[in-house]
Design a protein around this ligand. Structure first.
Ligand code: SF4
Length: 264
Protein backbone atom coordinates (compact mmCIF):
# COMPACT_ATOMS: atom_id res chain seq x y z
CA UNK A 1 0.00 0.00 0.00
CA UNK A 2 1.50 3.33 -1.07
CA UNK A 3 0.40 6.56 0.61
CA UNK A 4 1.61 9.78 -1.02
CA UNK A 5 0.50 13.36 -0.69
CA UNK A 6 -1.46 13.19 -3.96
CA UNK A 7 -1.70 9.56 -5.09
CA UNK A 8 -2.29 6.36 -3.18
CA UNK A 9 -2.68 2.66 -3.85
CA UNK A 10 -4.67 -0.03 -2.11
CA UNK A 11 -7.83 1.98 -1.44
CA UNK A 12 -10.00 0.94 -4.37
CA UNK A 13 -11.66 -2.49 -4.48
CA UNK A 14 -11.17 -2.88 -8.22
CA UNK A 15 -7.50 -1.86 -8.27
CA UNK A 16 -6.85 -4.18 -5.32
CA UNK A 17 -8.30 -7.06 -7.38
CA UNK A 18 -6.02 -6.12 -10.28
CA UNK A 19 -3.02 -5.63 -8.01
CA UNK A 20 -3.52 -9.14 -6.61
CA UNK A 21 -2.56 -10.54 -10.01
CA UNK A 22 0.93 -9.34 -9.05
CA UNK A 23 1.98 -7.63 -12.27
CA UNK A 24 0.90 -4.04 -11.54
CA UNK A 25 0.14 -1.90 -8.53
CA UNK A 26 -2.21 1.01 -9.18
CA UNK A 27 -2.17 4.39 -7.47
CA UNK A 28 -5.06 6.83 -7.90
CA UNK A 29 -5.36 10.55 -7.33
CA UNK A 30 -8.68 11.72 -5.93
CA UNK A 31 -9.50 15.41 -6.27
CA UNK A 32 -12.75 17.17 -5.34
CA UNK A 33 -14.92 16.58 -8.45
CA UNK A 34 -16.56 19.22 -10.66
CA UNK A 35 -16.59 22.62 -8.90
CA UNK A 36 -16.63 21.22 -5.34
CA UNK A 37 -13.33 22.93 -4.45
CA UNK A 38 -14.87 26.37 -5.04
CA UNK A 39 -11.87 27.39 -7.14
CA UNK A 40 -12.60 25.94 -10.57
CA UNK A 41 -14.13 22.99 -12.38
CA UNK A 42 -12.06 19.83 -12.81
CA UNK A 43 -14.91 18.05 -14.69
CA UNK A 44 -15.94 20.32 -17.59
CA UNK A 45 -18.49 17.81 -18.94
CA UNK A 46 -20.12 16.90 -15.61
CA UNK A 47 -23.10 19.19 -16.22
CA UNK A 48 -23.84 17.82 -19.69
CA UNK A 49 -23.15 14.24 -18.71
CA UNK A 50 -25.25 14.56 -15.53
CA UNK A 51 -22.76 12.51 -13.56
CA UNK A 52 -21.98 14.69 -10.56
CA UNK A 53 -24.79 13.39 -8.35
CA UNK A 54 -23.83 9.78 -8.81
CA UNK A 55 -20.14 10.55 -8.84
CA UNK A 56 -17.90 7.96 -7.31
CA UNK A 57 -16.39 10.63 -5.08
CA UNK A 58 -19.48 10.27 -2.94
CA UNK A 59 -19.15 6.49 -2.79
CA UNK A 60 -17.03 4.45 -0.43
CA UNK A 61 -15.15 6.07 2.43
CA UNK A 62 -15.62 9.62 1.10
CA UNK A 63 -19.36 9.24 1.71
CA UNK A 64 -18.67 8.72 5.40
CA UNK A 65 -15.66 10.82 6.33
CA UNK A 66 -15.64 14.59 5.98
CA UNK A 67 -11.88 14.50 6.46
CA UNK A 68 -11.51 12.65 3.14
CA UNK A 69 -13.67 15.20 1.33
CA UNK A 70 -11.70 18.05 2.94
CA UNK A 71 -8.36 16.50 1.94
CA UNK A 72 -9.57 16.23 -1.66
CA UNK A 73 -10.71 19.85 -1.63
CA UNK A 74 -7.30 20.92 -0.26
CA UNK A 75 -5.47 19.04 -3.03
CA UNK A 76 -7.71 20.57 -5.68
CA UNK A 77 -7.12 24.04 -4.29
CA UNK A 78 -3.37 23.44 -4.55
CA UNK A 79 -3.92 22.44 -8.19
CA UNK A 80 -5.72 25.71 -8.96
CA UNK A 81 -3.63 28.07 -6.86
CA UNK A 82 -0.12 27.11 -8.06
CA UNK A 83 0.01 24.72 -11.03
CA UNK A 84 3.81 24.52 -11.19
CA UNK A 85 4.08 23.67 -7.49
CA UNK A 86 1.31 21.10 -7.87
CA UNK A 87 3.08 19.42 -10.81
CA UNK A 88 6.34 19.39 -8.81
CA UNK A 89 4.50 17.71 -5.93
CA UNK A 90 3.01 15.19 -8.36
CA UNK A 91 6.43 14.39 -9.86
CA UNK A 92 7.87 13.72 -6.39
CA UNK A 93 4.89 11.58 -5.47
CA UNK A 94 5.11 9.46 -8.63
CA UNK A 95 8.88 9.08 -8.19
CA UNK A 96 8.29 7.75 -4.69
CA UNK A 97 5.58 5.40 -5.99
CA UNK A 98 7.93 4.11 -8.71
CA UNK A 99 10.60 3.38 -6.06
CA UNK A 100 7.96 1.64 -3.93
CA UNK A 101 6.94 -0.53 -6.91
CA UNK A 102 10.59 -1.35 -7.67
CA UNK A 103 11.07 -2.56 -4.10
CA UNK A 104 7.93 -4.68 -4.43
CA UNK A 105 8.86 -6.05 -7.85
CA UNK A 106 5.68 -4.80 -9.57
CA UNK A 107 5.00 -2.37 -12.40
CA UNK A 108 3.53 1.06 -11.53
CA UNK A 109 0.15 2.11 -12.92
CA UNK A 110 -1.30 5.56 -12.14
CA UNK A 111 -4.79 6.94 -12.64
CA UNK A 112 -4.69 10.71 -12.18
CA UNK A 113 -8.41 11.38 -12.71
CA UNK A 114 -9.89 9.20 -9.97
CA UNK A 115 -12.57 11.85 -9.40
CA UNK A 116 -11.77 14.52 -11.97
CA UNK A 117 -11.51 14.89 -15.75
CA UNK A 118 -8.41 17.01 -16.27
CA UNK A 119 -6.74 16.99 -19.69
CA UNK A 120 -3.26 16.14 -18.42
CA UNK A 121 -1.92 15.71 -21.95
CA UNK A 122 -2.24 19.44 -22.71
CA UNK A 123 -0.93 22.50 -20.83
CA UNK A 124 0.48 20.47 -17.92
CA UNK A 125 4.26 20.51 -18.42
CA UNK A 126 6.51 19.36 -15.62
CA UNK A 127 10.12 19.23 -14.50
CA UNK A 128 11.92 16.13 -13.29
CA UNK A 129 15.40 16.01 -11.79
CA UNK A 130 17.30 13.13 -13.34
CA UNK A 131 20.16 11.70 -11.29
CA UNK A 132 23.54 11.58 -13.09
CA UNK A 133 26.27 8.99 -12.52
CA UNK A 134 27.91 11.10 -9.84
CA UNK A 135 25.66 10.63 -6.79
CA UNK A 136 25.59 14.34 -5.97
CA UNK A 137 24.69 15.49 -9.47
CA UNK A 138 21.36 15.75 -11.21
CA UNK A 139 20.01 17.32 -14.37
CA UNK A 140 16.83 19.39 -14.67
CA UNK A 141 14.71 17.91 -17.46
CA UNK A 142 11.58 19.59 -18.83
CA UNK A 143 8.72 17.47 -20.16
CA UNK A 144 5.58 18.32 -22.13
CA UNK A 145 3.48 16.20 -19.82
CA UNK A 146 3.68 13.90 -16.81
CA UNK A 147 3.39 10.96 -19.24
CA UNK A 148 6.57 12.00 -21.03
CA UNK A 149 8.34 12.47 -17.70
CA UNK A 150 7.53 8.91 -16.59
CA UNK A 151 7.76 6.51 -19.55
CA UNK A 152 8.21 3.70 -17.02
CA UNK A 153 4.69 4.26 -15.65
CA UNK A 154 1.45 3.07 -17.25
CA UNK A 155 -1.14 5.84 -16.92
CA UNK A 156 -4.86 5.49 -17.63
CA UNK A 157 -8.11 7.37 -17.09
CA UNK A 158 -11.79 7.50 -17.91
CA UNK A 159 -12.98 10.67 -19.63
CA UNK A 160 -16.14 12.47 -20.72
CA UNK A 161 -14.26 14.92 -22.95
CA UNK A 162 -14.71 13.43 -26.42
CA UNK A 163 -12.10 15.62 -28.14
CA UNK A 164 -9.41 13.83 -26.13
CA UNK A 165 -10.12 10.68 -28.15
CA UNK A 166 -8.91 12.40 -31.35
CA UNK A 167 -5.53 13.39 -29.90
CA UNK A 168 -2.32 11.47 -30.41
CA UNK A 169 -1.90 10.41 -26.79
CA UNK A 170 1.42 9.23 -25.37
CA UNK A 171 1.90 5.47 -25.67
CA UNK A 172 1.80 5.07 -21.87
CA UNK A 173 -1.58 6.79 -21.44
CA UNK A 174 -4.81 4.81 -22.05
CA UNK A 175 -8.15 6.59 -22.11
CA UNK A 176 -11.66 5.10 -21.96
CA UNK A 177 -14.69 7.22 -22.86
CA UNK A 178 -17.41 7.40 -20.22
CA UNK A 179 -21.01 7.19 -21.45
CA UNK A 180 -24.13 8.91 -20.13
CA UNK A 181 -27.67 9.29 -21.46
CA UNK A 182 -28.41 12.37 -19.34
CA UNK A 183 -28.17 14.49 -22.44
CA UNK A 184 -28.91 13.08 -25.92
CA UNK A 185 -26.33 15.40 -27.49
CA UNK A 186 -23.64 14.08 -25.15
CA UNK A 187 -24.69 10.44 -25.70
CA UNK A 188 -24.56 10.98 -29.48
CA UNK A 189 -21.15 12.63 -29.24
CA UNK A 190 -19.73 9.65 -27.34
CA UNK A 191 -21.27 7.17 -29.79
CA UNK A 192 -19.91 9.11 -32.78
CA UNK A 193 -16.46 9.50 -31.22
CA UNK A 194 -16.29 5.82 -30.33
CA UNK A 195 -17.18 4.74 -33.85
CA UNK A 196 -14.73 7.21 -35.42
CA UNK A 197 -11.79 6.46 -33.15
CA UNK A 198 -12.43 2.89 -31.92
CA UNK A 199 -11.90 4.07 -28.36
CA UNK A 200 -13.44 1.93 -25.64
CA UNK A 201 -16.55 3.19 -23.85
CA UNK A 202 -17.41 2.59 -20.20
CA UNK A 203 -21.13 2.27 -19.42
CA UNK A 204 -22.56 2.10 -15.91
CA UNK A 205 -25.56 -0.25 -15.87
CA UNK A 206 -28.25 -0.06 -13.17
CA UNK A 207 -27.61 -3.56 -11.85
CA UNK A 208 -25.03 -6.29 -12.08
CA UNK A 209 -27.68 -8.56 -13.63
CA UNK A 210 -28.34 -6.06 -16.42
CA UNK A 211 -24.60 -5.65 -17.06
CA UNK A 212 -24.19 -9.44 -17.18
CA UNK A 213 -27.12 -9.79 -19.58
CA UNK A 214 -25.46 -7.27 -21.90
CA UNK A 215 -22.21 -9.20 -21.65
CA UNK A 216 -24.02 -12.38 -22.58
CA UNK A 217 -25.68 -10.75 -25.58
CA UNK A 218 -22.36 -9.12 -26.55
CA UNK A 219 -24.33 -6.01 -27.40
CA UNK A 220 -25.31 -2.77 -25.71
CA UNK A 221 -28.08 -1.44 -27.96
CA UNK A 222 -29.21 -2.04 -31.49
CA UNK A 223 -27.52 1.24 -32.40
CA UNK A 224 -23.95 0.04 -32.21
CA UNK A 225 -22.89 -3.48 -31.67
CA UNK A 226 -19.83 -4.03 -29.54
CA UNK A 227 -18.71 -6.72 -27.20
CA UNK A 228 -19.44 -5.85 -23.55
CA UNK A 229 -16.65 -6.86 -21.16
CA UNK A 230 -16.64 -7.00 -17.36
CA UNK A 231 -15.16 -3.67 -16.27
CA UNK A 232 -15.52 -4.50 -12.59
CA UNK A 233 -13.16 -7.46 -12.63
CA UNK A 234 -10.19 -5.11 -12.48
CA UNK A 235 -9.60 -1.43 -13.15
CA UNK A 236 -6.71 -2.05 -15.54
CA UNK A 237 -8.34 -0.38 -18.53
CA UNK A 238 -5.00 -0.26 -20.36
CA UNK A 239 -5.19 -4.07 -20.68
CA UNK A 240 -8.63 -4.09 -22.34
CA UNK A 241 -9.00 -5.14 -25.97
CA UNK A 242 -9.77 -2.18 -28.23
CA UNK A 243 -13.28 -1.47 -29.55
CA UNK A 244 -15.32 -2.83 -26.62
CA UNK A 245 -17.90 -1.57 -24.14
CA UNK A 246 -16.51 -1.67 -20.60
CA UNK A 247 -19.55 -2.78 -18.60
CA UNK A 248 -19.79 -1.51 -15.02
CA UNK A 249 -22.69 -1.68 -12.57
CA UNK A 250 -23.89 1.07 -10.24
CA UNK A 251 -22.63 1.19 -6.67
CA UNK A 252 -23.26 3.55 -3.74
CA UNK A 253 -25.39 6.62 -4.51
CA UNK A 254 -25.11 5.88 -8.24
CA UNK A 255 -27.73 3.13 -7.72
CA UNK A 256 -30.30 5.88 -7.18
CA UNK A 257 -29.14 7.99 -10.13
CA UNK A 258 -31.97 9.11 -12.39
CA UNK A 259 -29.99 11.55 -14.53
CA UNK A 260 -29.23 9.07 -17.31
CA UNK A 261 -25.60 8.54 -16.25
CA UNK A 262 -26.64 5.09 -15.02
CA UNK A 263 -28.28 3.15 -17.83
CA UNK A 264 -31.21 0.75 -17.56
S1 SF4 B 1 -18.18 11.06 -12.76
FE1 SF4 B 1 -16.19 11.87 -13.49
S2 SF4 B 1 -16.70 13.69 -14.72
FE2 SF4 B 1 -18.51 13.19 -13.49
S3 SF4 B 1 -18.33 14.47 -11.65
FE3 SF4 B 1 -17.41 12.47 -11.17
S4 SF4 B 1 -15.26 12.67 -11.63
FE4 SF4 B 1 -16.30 14.37 -12.62
Amino acid sequence: MYRGSLIRSGGNAKTIKGDKAGEYETAIMYLAPAAQSGMGNVCPMAGQAGCEMGCLSKAGRAAIFNSIVNARIAKTRRYFSDRAAFMAELVKDIEAFVRYCERKGVKPAVRLNGTSDIQWEVAHPCVRYIKLKHPQQEREAHFASIFHAFPEVQFYDYTKITKRAYRALPANYALTLSYSEANPAYANAVTKTASETGMNVAIVFRTKALRNARMASRDYTGGWSREVIDGDETDMRFSDPRGVIVGLYAKGPAKRDTSGFVVG
